[in-house]
Design a protein around this ligand. Structure first.
Ligand SMILES: Nc1nc2c(ncn2[C@@H]2O[C@H](COP(=O)(O)OP(=O)(O)OP(=O)(O)O)[C@@H](O)[C@H]2O)c(=O)[nH]1
Ligand SMILES: [Mg+2]
Ligand SMILES: [Zn+2]
Length: 311
């Protein structure tokens, strides 16, 4: 007998089963086959953070029957399949982009891609700039200034013993306790380390710098961790790329927040902000009110979206 009243929270998704929290108990359950038929444009029918309805028999839950509507999702285009989206996390209230100031080098393009995606999804986003102690070339102030100047919450951190940043770490701990936060960023930037440091008692596996230099990932599965004292955090495997899904190049202007106002004054309504005469975005870049690194990101994402299909 199936009782669709039983609910669960997806903690982890493996190849054949999901780990689900059911009334505080962790159980592993398969997915009903029809979820794959009903997944629409998604690559994966279920994502970590999903709330699900479970089928049960006399013994307890037997399978995931249904995925409940999501309040939010962090998603990108699936690798090797431009018509499908890969949901990295469901029902989060904050996306925390984690980027190291050094080792590995900061990639503003990756940050800007995720910022644009969050803007489109209307998702709150913050940026942790890690390994401040390794920032030998003192680049932190410029990155912090750029992104705070755009109105984003930015937390420069170091967890290196003796060089910790107590204020930003305390602020991040508060953020995690008040939200369902997904951490995302390159492999080796210190996502798992940060969670371990902020949440006493958490013992996620941390990579050695040697492994990282060989390009080896440490975290291999997204894991949802309920926090003692409130909040949930999702630790994710490192990503190399983040391609926007279902976004046309012409709407991209709206997802780069400082482009919106100047774009209103462009001479052409469908201005691509590349070569057109009377482009107010290009004027803003020349005047320095739009940062060249943000303009470079905009152009890279625009070209990539235009390549996907003929909008
Ligand atoms: N110097 C310094 N090293 C750090 C800091 N934070 C993390 N690390 C080191 O960075 C390395 C990678 O840390 P992880 O937490 O495994 O990185 P990750 O982002 O979870 O990596 P993946 O799981 O592969 O995505 C480890 O050797 C950490 O000790 C920091 O603030 N300063
Ligand atoms: Mg990790
Ligand atoms: Zn323009």
């Amino acid at each position: 007998m199936s009782d669709s009243g039983t609910k669960g929270l997806v903690l982890r998704v493996d190849a054949k089963v999901c780990h689900v929290d059911v009334d505080g108990q962790r159980v592993t359950l398969p997915l009903r086959g029809r979820l794959f038929e009903e997944r629409g444009s998604a690559k994966n029918p279920v994502a970590v953070g999903d709330r699900v309805l479970l089928g049960t028999d006399g013994e307890g839950a037997t399978a995931i029957d249904e995925v409940l509507p999501r309040t939010s999702k962090l998603a990108r285009r699936a690798k090797g399949d431009e018509d499908r989206e890969q949901v990295l996390a469901a029902n989060v209230s904050v996306v925390l982009i984690v980027a190291a100031l050094a080792e590995p080098p900061l990639q503003p393009l990756l940050i800007d891609r995720i910022l644009a995606s969050c803007a489109r999804q209307d998702l709150r986003v913050a940026i942790a700039l890690t390994k401040l102690d390794r920032d030998k070339r003192s680049t932190a102030d410029a990155w912090v200034g750029l992104y705070r100047g755009l109105g984003y919450e930015v937390f420069p951190t170091s967890i290196q013993p003796g060089s910790e940043t107590p204020d930003t770490l305390a602020a991040l701990a508060r953020l995690l306790h008040e939200n369902v936060t997904v951490l995302t960023g390159l492999s080796g930037v210190g996502k798992s380390s940060l969670i371990n440091h902020l949440i006493p008692g958490t013992e996620l596996r941390i990579g050695s710098m040697n492994r990282i230099r060989q390009g080896k990932h440490t975290t291999t599965h997204t894991e949802l961790i309920p926090l003692p004292g409130g909040g949930h955090v999702l630790d994710t495997p490192g990503i190399r790329n983040f391609t926007l899904f279902g976004v046309s190049p012409h709407e991209l202007t709206f997802w780069f927040r400082e482009f919106i106002e100047p774009a209103r004054s462009c001479a052409f309504n469908d201005c691509t902000h590349r070569h057109e005469p009377g482009c107010a975005v290009l004027e803003a870049v020349a005047a320095g009110t739009i940062h060249e690194s943000r303009y470079a990101s905009f152009c890279a994402v625009f070209d990539e979206l235009a390549d996907v299909r003929d909008w």
